[in-house]
Design a protein around this ligand. Structure first.
Ligand SMILES: Nc1nc2c(ncn2[C@@H]2O[C@H](COP(=O)(O)OP(=O)(O)OP(=O)(O)O)[C@@H](O)[C@H]2O)c(=O)[nH]1
Ligand SMILES: [Mg+2]
Length: 464
């Protein structure tokens, strides 16, 4: 889509503000190479340098003072990140010195870049599409192997290809319907209605599957939150510590030790779990504990998974604890951990424990004290992440904007299906399918508004 494009020269720090061996200052735009060249003293001038070459030299300011020793890497358009002429300056990575290098470039008439402006230029120059631009942010913020893989696939264009493929097929169906319209007066049917319905249905299913994958994609991106709840003294904090493999929460033999909810993240097999250790649930008159119990319940409400800890040793406690199961937000996302199994006789464990609960609930015998069953518990947590067919290809939808566009495409397709099924004029069906195609075009940015672009790139860091 044609858009007003400014190629004035911009500069920003591409590395985080802090002390390090190096800092990288990025300059891009029609005057980038010349602007840096004015301030560069090396063996040869940058203006004559070929693309993809690195040059050692001194950076000076306009008065001729020596600022730093640098390596300037020259990129010639269109073979650069932005698609424009660019220079990446590697200077010493001090907070003061890198700021001075940045200021020196600005003083020679280069504008400070806005957040995401480099990536926005890459998009506007057609180097990458919009979903690829978003993948840059996704890749940088990836905190797990799974989200790295999905973001990289998206950056490499695999997700865009999938969208393009579905769009192509939608276009085929649309052309068929439109062609049929041309012949309709002569009463010629090019394709049986069932076949058109079948084609639409197939595409509907595929889009639906992609929408479904957002559930998993979101887990890969943000992780799952787990509320560890149960009666006082059941060993919740001990299990929290065992899963974290550190002594994070206070553990004592006094019931009611934990008051405030504690939150820590732990990575299990590439998935982040946000664990909440909570106050034991019981009736109490202690004001601090009342607040703790309220916080525990609210943590439970917000959590994706309920990890109910039961003291296996205390039979009567167990009964009461199981009533807590009723409070689970999602009955399919509950794990019951029978803790303190080291205190129980093996025979009682076999006969007495595991049959307490409805069959759909995952159960695990653990001892936070000895570590028995903790790895099984980790596996149970992992099993809460549903797998689906898209996993292997790493094509999950991780971005809510993409999901919303897919939902709009699906709604339009459903409407097209109904129209064809009811034998209403093909014109309406074709219109609906065109709407679905447009929704998919928004994902890759073929259709976009300035507002949308500002919204997306405004969330990027400066220098990205
Ligand atoms: N033998 C044995 N003792 C355990 C085990 N897990 C926890 N305990 C003990 O049980 C007591 C309570 O443990 P916590 O982890 O503080 O229990 P909690 O559920 O967090 O208790 P509150 O915060 O008071 O609700 C402590 O004395 C622990 O050492 C276990 O697996 N075996
Ligand atoms: Mg506790």
């Amino acid at each position: 889509m044609a858009r007003v494009y400014h190629d004035d020269t911009i500069v920003a720090r591409a590395t985080p503000l802090g002390e390090g061996a190096l800092a990288v200052i990025r300059v891009s735009g029609s005057n980038a190479i010349a602007a840096v060249d004015v301030l560069f003293r090396g063996k040869s001038s940058l203006s004559e340098a070929a693309g993809y070459t690195a040059h050692y030299g001194r950076l000076i300011n306009l008065k001729g003072d020596h600022i730093d020793e640098i390596i300037a890497t020259v990129f010639r358009k269109p073979l650069s990140y932005t698609g424009e002429d660019s220079v990446e300056i590697s200077c010493h990575g001090g907070i003061y010195i890198s700021q001075l290098v940045l200021d020196t470039i600005v003083s020679s008439g280069v504008r400070q870049a806005e957040p995401g402006e480099f990536t926005k230029r890459a998009f506007l120059n057609g180097r990458i599409d919009l979903s690829q631009a978003e993948a840059v942010a996704g890749l940088i913020s990836a905190r797990s192997e799974a989200s790295r893989r999905i973001s990289l696939n998206q950056l490499e264009g695999k997700f865009s290809q999938k969208i393009a493929e579905i769009r192509g097929r939608l276009l085929d169906v649309c052309s068929l319907i439109e062609l049929e319209l041309d012949f309709s007066e002569e009463g010629i049917a090019l394709l049986p209605r069932e076949e058109v319905l079948g084609l639409i249905n197939l595409l509907q299913n595929e889009i639906e599957q992609m929408i479904d994958s957002y559930r998993v994609g979101k887990i890969y991106r943000d992780g799952l939150s787990v509320a560890i709840v149960g009666k006082p003294n059941a060993g919740k904090s001990s299990i929290f510590n065992a899963l974290l493999a550190e002594n994070r929460a206070i553990v004592t033999d006094i019931p009611g030790t934990t008051r405030d909810s504690l939150e820590e993240n732990v990575l299990i097999d590439g998935i982040w779990f946000r664990l909440h250790d909570t106050a034991g649930l019981r009736e109490t008159n202690d004001p601090a504990e009342i607040e703790g119990v309220a916080r525990a319940r609210s943590a439970l409400k917000m959590a994706d998974v309920m990890l109910l800890v039961v003291d296996s040793f205390l039979e009567r406690e167990r009964e009461g604890t199981l009533a807590l199961l009723e409070e689970a937000q999602r009955p399919d996302r509950v794990i019951v951990a029978y803790n303190k199994i080291d205190l129980c006789e093996p025979k009682r464990i076999e006969t007495g424990l595991l049959k307490m609960i409805a069959s759909h609930v995952d159960e695990v015998l653990v001892s936070a004290k000895t570590g028995f069953g903790v790895s099984t518990l980790r596996q149970k947590l992992l099993s809460m992440v549903a797998n689906d067919g898209l996993e292997a290809s790493g094509l999950q939808v991780m971005n809510v904007r993409h999901r919303d566009a897919l939902c709009r495409a699906l709604t339009a397709l459903k409407s097209a299906f109904n129209t064809v099924e009811n034998g209403v004029s093909g014109e309406f069906a074709a219109l609906d399918i065109r709407m679905a195609i447009d929704s998919l075009a928004e994902i890759v940015g073929e259709i976009s508004s300035d507002e949308l672009l500002n919204n997306i790139f405004g969330k990027f860091c400066i220098g990205k």
